[in-house]
Design a protein around this ligand. Structure first.
Ligand SMILES: NC(=O)NCCC(=O)O
Ligand SMILES: [Zn+2]
Length: 505
């Protein structure tokens, strides 16, 4: 079924191209550290062979990829589908958001489960239901929004029984999702003991609340007040704090949506000192600036409201440099879409504009355009930052993130000579706006294969509700290798306790 524009959760229902055997012929096969001209043969959803000149019978569906790149499908590490947030729910659910992803060359995403009133298990159950109409593979991170014994026990269940290996702590959104430093420290300790990755949304929520009050007192109630109330210094502070606490606990840290030079510098400093910190830029931060927030039309401005805010011009270029030099490691989207009606909740008060922008369909094209077309990263690095590194960090490599025998057949064919253009009228998200409206560029995903099914070809989507699988992710990924040695070194450095003899009276 072809999907365009406002795609309802009920649409779809027809399968991807039914052939279980596919040959992608004659393209340049690109992995994170190697590329070669070769054929890729797929059977029953799995890559079986990768080499030049594979011969097949007539029953096999052949895709000619001559002159094109054949790459692992994108993996988006940061999405919010069907998320209840700021008094409403994101307009993209697991069906429409994933359909959009596939049309843009992303074949897996990791979504954030939000606990129900702090209850982690209830959150997991709820998201399992939300994801029933999935059309592609997905995994879950879990947010931790309060701390108590039950949460601690549930985290253990999530890791040992439910395939979750990462927990996110919001240092912003005071009064709703935000946790205290005390909870963050307990959470980090628990994560470390379980081999799960600590993730943070790094903004100082107390200071943001104060900044918001300052703007309202100044009479600044429009979308520009959003950026003005939460400047880069508050992102830098929270990033530095989370990094130092992760160092104190000696556990790896993943900083989501790094939006500012300030936050990036903190990550660079930590890496320089040997700390294991992963920085995730998102495409909005890499490719947009905050000038839109000063637009006189409210809806145009409000569609750019997300947190941390899209920053002033200049931050985008520095974040690009950090991505190409490896300070930042993988690109997400934070896809969290609200339509114009929802954004208008904040017409009189920027604090009520639901925070979030689109990106799940645009990420692969925008990263190609901004980073590869401009010569800032190689084609192999493109695969690394859009797919392989995510699979490695979340411990699902090489099932995902690789074109090699045994890997899932999540494959895209990208034509470097074809052009893309982004418009809300033709995108597959249910939103009526797009923050990349009118963007054009070279490098187009012409084919998407999702676990061996051709789901995007000739500009047509062919997806099946319920065909997406939940991908469990194992704990103790590569970031945990050897951290116990640093613990041992720390313990032996204490020179304590000192044996003291009681002085006689
Ligand atoms: N980023 C944003 O504005 N919305 C989604 C929630 C979050 O990740 O902070
Ligand atoms: Zn966030």
């Amino acid at each position: 079924q072809q999907l365009h524009g406002f795609c309802d959760a009920g649409c779809g229902g027809v399968g991807g191209d039914a052939s279980s055997r596919i040959l992608v012929k004659g393209g340049t096969v690109v992995n994170a550290y190697h590329k070669e001209i070769a054929d890729v043969y797929v059977e029953d959803g799995i890559i079986v062979d990768v080499r030049p000149n594979i011969m097949v019978d007539d029953e096999v569906t052949v895709i000619d990829a001559t002159g094109k790149y054949v790459m692992p499908g994108g993996i988006d590490p940061h999405t919010h589908l069907a998320m209840d947030f700021m008094g409403t729910q994101t307009i993209d659910n697991f069906f429409s958001g994933q359909a959009a992803a596939l049309a843009g060359g992303t074949t897996m995403h990791i979504d954030f489960v939000i606990p129900v009133n702090g209850n982690v298990s209830a959150g997991y159950e709820l998201y399992t239901k939300k994801a029933e109409k999935s059309v592609m593979d997905y995994g879950f991170h879990m947010a931790i929004t309060k701390w108590d014994e039950q949460v601690s026990e549930d985290m253990e269940v999530m890791v040992k029984e439910k395939g979750i290996n990462s927990f996110k702590f919001f240092l912003a959104y005071k009064g709703s999702l935000m946790v205290s430093d005390e909870s963050l420290i307990y959470g980090m300790e628990k994560c470390k003991s379980l081999g799960a990755l600590t993730m943070v949304h790094a903004e100082n929520g107390d200071a943001v609340a104060e900044g918001q009050k300052r703007m309202i007192d100044l009479g600044i109630t429009g979308p520009e007040g959003h950026a003005l109330s939460r400047p880069p210094v508050l992102e830098g502070e929270a990033t530095a704090r989370a990094i130092r606490l992760a160092n104190f606990v000696n556990t790896p840290l993943y900083v989501v949506h790094v939006m500012s030079i300030d936050a990036m510098h903190e990550i660079a400093k930590a890496k320089e000192s040997g700390q294991r910190v992963i920085g995730e830029p998102v495409i909005s931060g890499l490719s947009l600036d905050d000038s839109w927030l000063w637009e006189s039309d409210f809806i145009t401005a409000a569609k750019y409201v997300m947190s941390p805010p899209i920053r002033a011009s200049g931050h985008d270029k520095v974040l690009q440099n950090a991505l190409s030099s490896g300070i930042l490691q993988l690109v997400g989207t934070d896809h969290c879409t609200f339509n114009s009606t929802q954004k208008a909740f904040g017409i009189n008060d920027f604090r009520k504009i639901p925070n979030g922008v689109n990106g799940i369909e645009e990420r692969m094209h925008v990263v190609w355009n901004v980073m590869v077309e401009s010569g800032q990263i190689s084609v192999t690095d493109y695969v690394r930052v859009t797919s392989t590194e995510c699979a490695r960090v979340f411990n699902i490599y090489p099932q995902k993130g690789a074109i090699q025998p045994g890997s899932d057949a999540d494959i895209i064919v990208l034509n470097p000579n074809a052009s893309f253009e982004i418009n809300a009228s033709t995108h597959h998200s249910r939103s009526d706006t797009n923050v990349y409206e009118g963007r054009k560029g070279k490098g187009k995903v012409e084919v998407t294969i999702s676990r061996g099914r051709i789901v995007w070809k000739n500009g047509k989507l062919n997806v099946e509700a319920g065909s997406g699988r939940y991908i469990p992710m194992r704990p103790f990924g590569y970031l945990f290798d050897g951290i116990e040695k640093k613990d041992a070194e720390y313990l032996s450095s204490l020179r304590a306790p000192v044996q003291r003899f009681k002085a006689s009276a």
